[in-house]
Design a protein around this ligand. Structure first.
Ligand code: GLY
Ligand code: MN
Ligand code: MN
Length: 298
């Protein structure tokens, strides 16, 4: 549950190589023709550092497919490319990073608007984390920021707190804020929720809470991911019952203006310490301007 100094040393190395791998993927986007070309650059960097991938890399312009493992799509100007890739050290310690970038090197105004909401959720979650806080509170912080942002954009209607209570955020953020990270990417999930859930707790049956993989008070030495996202998943948005339930709070016409935002996720690895937190993956930029620079190489 909590990592000792030797483990943290390994986890830092996995994080450092994963950062280099994402940077290589960003640079490769300038010339790659397909998702596979970017994936190759990412995984080359991981392998050249005598590591392996900690999980099957996600490198996709179908950003809304949460665990997409196809890489044949052509990269087109106007696409967002979602990359979720991490390295694993020879001893087995993992990193888990997601960045989403514009293939052209320039986010469109609509892509920018949604990206800023996801980034605000990411930043506020990381700023809120400390030993003793409930991880579910962090998840609900992300849900509230996303609901607020979508209300401000006119995509959702209503009071953000009420929207989160009715799980309207999960229409666009249909997964948990993250998970434990260590020897496995979803660490100890082979035990079901035995590690992820504190004794006596079970998964909620709420649409907006049931996907949470970790529901414990955080403590120093734990390494968790923070990975808010926004996706337009047709199977969720076209579901008849949901369309009825959320018919009054979702502005479909406004949402249609954001059709070039299929999905965005920003994911970092956060170590809880006795004095606060340390983001092991912080050296990989999250701000739009810095990412645009890395893609364009200017
Ligand atoms: N890479 C899998 C995850 O982010 O949970
Ligand atoms: Mn993750
Ligand atoms: Mn990930």
């Amino acid at each position: 549950m909590t990592h000792d100094a030797a483990a943290i040393g390994e986890l830092r190395q996995a994080a450092a190589v994963s950062i280099q791998a994402h940077q290589a993927g960003m640079a490769a986007t300038r010339t790659a023709k397909t998702e596979a070309g970017v994936r190759a650059a990412i995984e080359q960097m991981i392998m050249a550092n005598n590591m392996t991938t900690a999980y099957t890399s996600i490198v996709t312009v179908q950003d809304e497919v949460l665990h997409n493992n196809h890489y044949h799509h052509e990269l087109k100007s106007g696409d967002l490319l979602l990359v979720d890739a991490g390295a694993e050290t020879a001893a087995g310690w993992a990193a888990d990073i997601t960045r989403t970038w514009a293939v052209s090197g320039r986010f469109s105004p609509t892509q920018r608007a949604i990206y800023e909401i996801v980034l605000l959720a990411h930043d506020l979650c990381i700023a809120t984390i400390k030993s003793g806080i409930e991880y579910q509170e962090i998840h609900l912080t992300a849900a509230r920021v996303i609901a607020e942002g979508l209300v401000d954009l006119g995509i959702l209607r209503g009071n953000p707190t009420d929207l989160v209570e009715m799980d309207a955020h999960a229409l666009f953020f249909p997964h948990g804020i993250g998970h434990l990270l260590g020897l496995d990417v979803h660490d100890m999930e082979d035990f079901g929720d035995l590690a992820g859930y504190a004794e006596g707790r079970t998964r909620s049956d709420r649409f907006g809470l049931g996907y949470l993989r970790l529901n414990r008070p955080l403590q120093a030495g734990m390494l968790v991911t923070i990975e808010p996202g926004f996706y337009q998943v047709p199977a969720i948005l076209n579901d008849r019952d949901r369309r009825e339930k959320y018919g009054d709070v979702l502005n479909w016409d406004r949402l249609a203006e954001f059709s070039d935002v299929r999905g965005i996720r920003i994911e970092d690895d956060v170590l809880i310490t006795t004095t606060g937190t340390e983001v092991l993956t912080a050296a990989l930029p999250t701000k739009i301007e810095a990412i645009e620079q890395l893609i364009s190489g200017n």
